[in-house]
Design a protein around this ligand. Structure first.
Ligand code: ADP
Ligand code: MG
Length: 357
């Protein structure tokens, strides 16, 4: 178990600043997810941590000891850091047990450590199999077992589930989180998948353009995003221009209480679609139903407000009678969140488009 601290880490490739001054603390024994769109510097961050890249500025400390920066560059094999790549981590000609034991010295290989970590990842008894006899998900479990086996200071996971089917991913990420936890390992999971980051991590670090935009517990990132971009990146967001007066925001969705202490003036407010409710209430407003997307566990309803603003409501009852083109009354349940207004346009910063892997 180790604490990892990055201070002002800069890494350039030619003119590209892949990391533009990263400050980040990874608490011991926890799983930290680094979340950001493709190209934001996630893999570079892991490569700097692992010792595969030299820093251009800043430093990295593991348990207080500087491993990079200030003229020092501890080589990868001396950092006690294990990496689980996206795919293809296993030696095809070695059995599962030999793959897992690969990084262990002879004494450790004689102990039960190999079987112990295979059990942690749900593969007890699979030691004699060859990698090609395993499914993609099982192969990633072996890769995680191999990473854990030598009890590294930190386990780095670079989008380890992204090559797998969506259905398989959910169960696997949960199991891997439990395996790391049971072993007391410190983990850094890099992902562009907000659902993955929010559901498994103790801490989520949002990275954009080589900088940390926000770090916090998953609930904090979702409920109190630093700006409109983070709000839209980690979930569906209704973003409305608003004017705050005495702690209430005047919006197209009515006058809404605002969380926290917010000075009077123009803001962007965030409302999550699950806060938009279809029931008559004193402060309800009228909306026209534009579309209805059924998702099984819930449904998203597209609405147009009187002033033309389009918003989304999430309802649990997918059968609720919402005729397209019909009128409904909606109100907001719970406080809205005030976010900074984009200084250049005076409008909410645009939510990011959905990103491919
Ligand atoms: P992510 O893993 O978040 O998709 P990367 O860390 O791979 O992002 O890349 C961050 C930025 O650095 C991107 O602009 C990418 O094009 C650039 N980059 C990454 N590796 C190299 C490299 N070896 N040479 C030049 N540019 C690179
Ligand atoms: Mg990457």
């Amino acid at each position: 178990m180790s604490e990892v601290v990055l201070s002002g880490v800069v890494k350039r490739y030619g003119r590209v600043s892949a990391l533009a001054g990263v400050h980040l603390s990874v608490p011991s024994g926890q799983l930290t997810a680094v979340l950001g769109p493709s190209g934001c510097g996630k893999t570079t961050l892991l490569r700097c941590l692992a010792g595969f890249e030299r820093l251009d500025a800043g430093e990295i400390r593991i348990d207080g000891t500087r491993v990079a920066g200030g003229g020092r560059h501890l080589p990868a094999h001396r950092r006690r850091i294990a990496v689980v790549p996206q795919e293809g981590a296993l030696f095809p000609h070695l059995s599962v047990a030999d793959n897992v034991g690969y990084g262990l010295d002879r004494a450790a290989r004689r102990t039960d450590r190999v079987e112990e970590v295979l059990t942690l990842v749900g593969l007890a008894g699979y030691g004699d199999r060859m990698p090609h006899q395993l499914s993609g998900g099982q192969q990633q479990r072996v890769a995680v077992a191999r990473a854990l086996a030598p009890r590294p200071s930190v386990v780095l996971l670079d989008e380890p589930f992204s090559a797998l089917d969506a259905g398989l991913r959910v169960g696997l990420r949960h199991d891997v989180r439990e395996a790391l936890r049971a072993d007391g390992a410190t983990g850094v999971l890099v992902t562009h998948d907000q659902g993955e980051a929010l559901s498994v991590a103790d801490q989520v670090v949002v990275l954009r353009d080589g900088r940390v935009i926000q770090a916090g517990a998953p609930t904090t990132i979702y409920r109190e995003p630093a700006d409109a971009w983070v709000a839209g990146f980690v979930g569906d967001a209704v973003l409305l221009p608003a004017v705050v007066e005495h702690g209430s925001a005047r919006t197209a969705l009515g006058v809404l209480p605002v969380a926290g202490t917010v000075p009077d003036g123009a803001v962007t407010v965030l409302v999550r679609p699950e806060q938009v409710r279809f029931s008559p209430a004193p402060n309800a407003v009228t909306a026209t139903v534009l579309r209805h997307d059924f998702h099984g566990h819930d449904a998203l309803v597209g609405l147009r407000l009187a002033d033309g603003t389009r918003i989304t409501a999430r309802i649990l009852d997918g059968d609720a009678a919402v005729a397209i083109g019909g009128e409904v009354t909606v109100h907001v349940d719970g406080p809205a969140r005030a976010l900074p207004v984009d200084a250049t346009t005076g409008r909410p910063a645009a939510a990011p488009a959905p990103l491919a892997a």
